[in-house]
Design a protein around this ligand. Structure first.
Ligand SMILES: CC(C)(COP(=O)(O)OP(=O)(O)OC[C@H]1O[C@@H](n2cnc3c(N)ncnc32)[C@H](O)[C@@H]1OP(=O)(O)O)[C@@H](O)C(=O)NCCC(=O)NCCS
Length: 178
């Protein structure tokens, strides 16, 4: 367990946690992102949080996957990929934040910021020069959050998933120099 504030802690996700993670995301994801999808995101959740995909992501050696706990209760998760380059970015030694999701009851209470502060400190300790991430433009809340923390636009792509609604396909890559 990694304690990052008095009441916020992180616990590394392991192969034993596949069902817990998958059940958690079946609650968190639709509450935040169902509006993007023709099927409310059912296909996407089944793809991303299938046992096979979670195990595959857990096996990636340069990545860590964490549960977020507030007062000892699991309320979210995120994944960090160390040493992950960002296309057309000249800086070496980058870290990718891959998915940060908090339960809606815990949003807007400073938990996300505490996690990002922790990640910045860890990245600096390991000599990384920047953090980057993907964010859907249509999810204004997340965009404003990252903007507030100093993340800048780098580039964008349009996702081609069939079930993703046409007007919300833009995904931006944002980064912050450390
Ligand atoms: C996006 C998310 C991670 C942010 O975490 P959070 O704990 O809710 O955010 P915090 O309470 O730590 O907010 C940190 C700062 O961002 C600001 N902020 C957060 N949301 C904002 C919004 N919609 N508009 C303006 N500012 C916002 C806060 O005011 C706060 O500023 P302060 O430090 O001056 O008080 C979280 O809300 C979440 O999981 N959302 C759903 C899933 C998601 O979209 N994840 C991102 C995937 S890329």
């Amino acid at each position: 367990m990694i304690s990052i504030t008095q009441n916020i802690a992180l616990r590394k996700i392991t192969e034993q946690d596949v069902d817990v993670l998958s059940n958690l995301m079946s609650i968190i994801y639709p509450a935040a992102y169902s509006f993007l999808w023709a099927d409310n995101g059912v296909w996407y959740i089944n793809e991303q949080y299938s046992k096979a995909n979670i195990l595959k992501e857990l096996k990636q050696e340069k990545a860590n996957y964490y549960f977020v706990l507030v007062n000892d209760e699991i309320v979210g998760n995120f994944r960090v990929v160390w040493n992950e380059p960002l296309k057309n970015q000249q800086i070496l030694n980058l870290v990718k934040l891959h998915r940060l999701y908090l339960h809606k009851n815990l949003q807007g209470k400073g938990v996300g910021k505490a996690i990002m502060n922790w990640l910045e400190k860890e990245a600096l300790l390991k000599n990384y020069k920047a953090i980057w991430l993907d964010a859907m433009d249509a999810k204004q809340q997340a965009f404003e959050f990252y903007k507030k923390l100093g993340y800048q636009y780098h580039t964008h792509v349009f996702l081609s998933f069939k079930l993703l609604k046409k007007d919300v396909r833009k995904m931006s890559q944002l980064y912050k120099l450390l």
